[in-house]
Design a protein around this ligand. Structure first.
Ligand code: NAD
Ligand code: GLY
Length: 369
């Protein structure tokens, strides 16, 4: 039997216990026994894409079949630029054509795009059906499969339409990373670094010492990074499921990053790449506000560089950035909120950043090296 580590996302309310496990292990894609307790009928719909399907769809379907579970397959086009209404509708078309019912679980097999689309479909199809995440990118394994944020992009803004809808189970097979392109692996590392920055200085130190192993896909290093990232995310989501407080810290670098993704055109910069450059912008802003030191800023920049992630944002004018950043979900009564660093391992939300410092940060971070 393969070694499995489990992190629990504890979600209790007066009416309901919606807690769920994140099972993490190598070669556990076919461990349907872990899935069975979370299914309400012997039929599921697997949502995946044209890239992931040839690697893993048949294996998953065959394993399900061995346990008497029939599956409908929904294979979507691949890419961030397909995270939209049209693609969501392809899921609904298939679910309706195949007469999927309220008890038919939707299984997301893929990266964050598939997870976000499938979760939103699960939240809304027949007003809500069971949802399972099987994340196959590092980014999805450490971040997007956990916590129940689901949704799609709008031409005017990233992830602007969606719902909070928790999965019943996250099944993370780290062996699926074997087929993941290097550029995608590095994009996932951006979100791993984020956890060290906002919550755990020791983990940040560990990342500095082990980045070479992570990039080289050392299995133990990857397992540790996935497990610790999930622990931190689970703790934060349990404390603030709907992002009314501490959960917003998980958006470090994202206000800038979403502006980059939107300005470049969805899919041109990978989400993790945009988050990397966006996190450097948040760190620069924190430095200019005298929250973090020059030397901490240097450590942060070096770690992203070790992971071969972008530390310079694409060149757009401050006005272009600002107009895209105003589309952020954290905007309240027209005011932008920023996640800043007080030190490595501690992030804070700030409501009042002087416009002149923000403009200076945008100019510094988009300048040619
Ligand atoms: P992605 O889903 O586009 O996957 C990246 C690429 O890798 C795709 O081409 C995909 O087909 C391919 N792929 C996936 N698994 C593979 C495998 N095992 N082998 C080979 N190829 C594989 O991108 P992503 O980085 O996983 O996710 C980014 C998305 O996640 C963005 O839309 C972002 O907004 C979202 N996100 C959501 C949350 C959340 O909390 N819901 C958090 C972070 C990011
Ligand atoms: N990725 C940010 C969040 O889940 O809140």
């Amino acid at each position: 039997m393969n070694d499995i580590q489990t992190v629990k996302v504890a979600l209790f309310s007066a009416e309901q216990d919606r807690s769920y496990p994140i099972h993490i292990g190598k070669e556990i894609l076919e461990r349907v026994d872990l899935l069975l307790p979370h299914l309400l009928q012997k039929r599921v719909a697997i949502v995946t894409n044209t890239t992931v399907a040839p690697f893993y769809l048949d294996r998953l379907r065959a394993a399900l079949e061995k346990h008497g579970i029939l599956s409908v397959s929904i294979v979507l086009p691949d890419g961030e630029d397909h995270k939209n209404w049209q693609t969501l509708n392809l899921i609904f078309d298939a679910l309706l054509e195949q007469r999927c019912e309220r008890k038919t679980a939707l299984i997301a097999l893929g990266g964050g795009v598939i997870g976000d689309l499938t979760g939103f479909a699960a939240a809304t199809y027949l007003r809500g059906v069971p949802f399972v995440q099987i994340p196959t990118t590092l980014l999805a394994q450490v971040d997007s499969s956990v916590g129940g944020k689901t949704g799609i992009n709008h031409p005017l803004g990233k992830n602007m339409i969606g719902a909070f809808y928790q999965p019943r189970l996250v099944l993370t097979d780290s062996a699926t990373l074997d087929t993941l392109p290097d550029r995608e692996l590095r994009a996932g590392i951006a979100e791993v670094i984020k956890y060290g920055l906002i919550r755990d200085a020791h983990f940040f130190d560990w990342l500095e010492q082990n980045m070479t192993r992570l990039i080289a896909r050392d299995a133990d290093a990857l397992s540790k990074a996935i497990y610790r990232s999930c622990e931190i995310k689970a703790e934060i989501v349990a404390a603030d499921e709907r992002e009314s407080g501490v959960r917003s810290l998980l958006n470090l670098g994202h206000t800038f990053g979403h502006a980059i993704e939107n300005a470049m055109g969805y899919g041109v910069w990978l989400h993790g790449e945009a988050v990397a450059a966006g996190t450097i912008m948040a760190a620069e802003l924190s430095k200019q506000l005298k929250l973090i030191s020059e030397s901490d800023f240097g450590r942060i920049r070096r770690l992203f560089q070790m992971a071969d992630l972008p530390v310079i944002a694409p060149k757009f004018s401050p006005d272009d950035y600002l107009s895209l950043m105003r589309l952020d979900k954290k905007v309240e009564e027209g005011n932008m909120h920023f996640i800043l660093l007080k030190r490595i391992g501690e992030a804070v939300m700030s409501h009042d950043v002087p416009a002149s410092i923000l403009t200076e940060t945008l100019l510094t971070c988009t300048a040619n090296e």
